[in-house]
Design a binder for this molecule. Structure first.
Ligand code: NAI
Length: 326
């Protein structure tokens, strides 16, 4: 189709935005022209105007238009894809409850705006943290949008896990398949090597080193965000943008045959994850829809880790329910 795909990006003047917008505009989602709808808070609009000048200066052939603004109902009008990146970071002296409340205000308003004005086929990907719970808040505040249209980003964790496993085994990343991140996009997430494969062979068996799996691999993947802040002085941005693109591309165009990806999506009770929580699962995608991969055997080691991360999600849900956000 030559009708442009309308793509909303929130927090467009931020770090991730600075990488994400140029990837979107240069064709990372395919050949279809795109129109960018960029949402920021008012004080950041001047910075955003500068970013738009740079986008203009790239003369991207497939960039059909750019609109910016600070009012969600205007910016989200008719969007087919909404990438919710902007969120309130934890400031000095801010408690966890304050953080949930500040983000709750953002994601209730954006959920309502999407409900009112987005296109009928809208897909909504939440990158801004706490991503799973922000997605839950937006989803709950958008009752007319099917729940399956919301997802939170665990693709960066997924990609980190692939990269760590490739480095350990000496295999190219293209040989690593069937990776899964379970649970919350947080330090409790569970990157699963028992179903992953290296060149078609079971990854845990190929590695053959339970100590590495337990004490190096899992914590390295789960704490990678903190390691990047330590090294770079600011949080992962280009890799987060790249994962946001990977997730959106696969959602719209389908995951690879005979493989799956990790997405945090609303649970239907699969794998004992309580219905209604937005938790990361192995999913296949096709024609803009996702399906949770069924029938994987979960041993006691994996069960305990999935349960711990899901318990954290349930706590976050209870906290935002108490605040009246869902
Ligand atoms: P940043 O602070 O550089 O940019 C965030 C932008 O959001 C700012 O420009 C801010 O003005 C804007 N913003 C705040 N409230 C807004 C609202 N109500 N509407 C529109 N825009 C709003 O942060 P950065 O580095 O770009 O990260 C963005 C988010 O992504 C953070 O929450 C971060 O924790 C999260 N993140 C998530 C990852 C994941 O794997 N799920 C990985 C890395 C970051």
């Amino acid at each position: 189709s030559t009708t442009p795909l309308k793509v909303a990006v929130t927090g467009a003047a931020g770090q991730i935005g600075y990488s994400l917008l140029f990837r979107l505009a240069s064709g990372a989602l395919g050949d279809r022209p795109i129109e960018l709808r960029l949402l920021e808070i008012e004080p950041a609009l001047k910075t955003l105007e500068g970013v738009v000048m740079e986008l203009d200066d790239c003369a991207f052939p497939n960039l059909a238009g750019i609109e910016i603004g600070h009012e969600a109902e205007k910016v989200f009008d008719g969007v087919n894809l909404a990438l919710l990146v902007g969120a309130r970071p934890r400031g000095p002296g801010m408690e966890r409850g304050d953080l949930l409340e500040a983000n709750g205000a953002i994601f209730t308003a954006q959920g309502k705006a999407l409900n009112a004005v987005a296109a009928d086929d809208v897909r909504i990907g939440v990158t801004g943290n706490p991503a799973n719970t922000n997605a839950l808040i937006a989803m709950t505040n958008a009752p007319d949008v099917p729940q399956s249209r919301f997802s939170a980003l665990t693709r960066l964790d997924h990609n980190r896990a692939i990269s760590q496993l490739a480095a350990k085994t000496g295999a190219p990343v293209t040989d690593i398949t069937h990776m899964t991140i379970w649970g919350n996009h947080s330090a409790t997430q569970y990157p699963d090597l028992f179903h992953a494969q290296v060149a078609g062979r079971n990854a845990a068996e190929t590695v053959g080193d339970q100590d590495w799996l337990e004490n190096t691999f899992i914590p390295t993947v789960a704490k990678r965000g903190a390691a990047i802040i330590d090294a770079r002085g600011s949080s992962s941005a280009a890799s987060a943008a790249s994962a946001t693109i990977d997730a959106a591309r696969d959602w719209l165009h389908g995951s690879a045959d005979d493989d799956w990806v990790s997405m945090a999506v609303v649970s239907d009770g699969s794998y004992g994850v309580p219905e209604g929580l937005i938790s990361s699962f192995p999913v296949t995608t096709r024609d803009g829809d996702w399906e949770i991969v069924q029938g994987l055997e979960i041993d006691d080691f994996s069960r305990a880790r999935i349960d711990a991360s899901v318990a954290e999600l349930a706590e976050e849900r209870d906290a935002v329910a108490k605040l009246g956000l869902i």
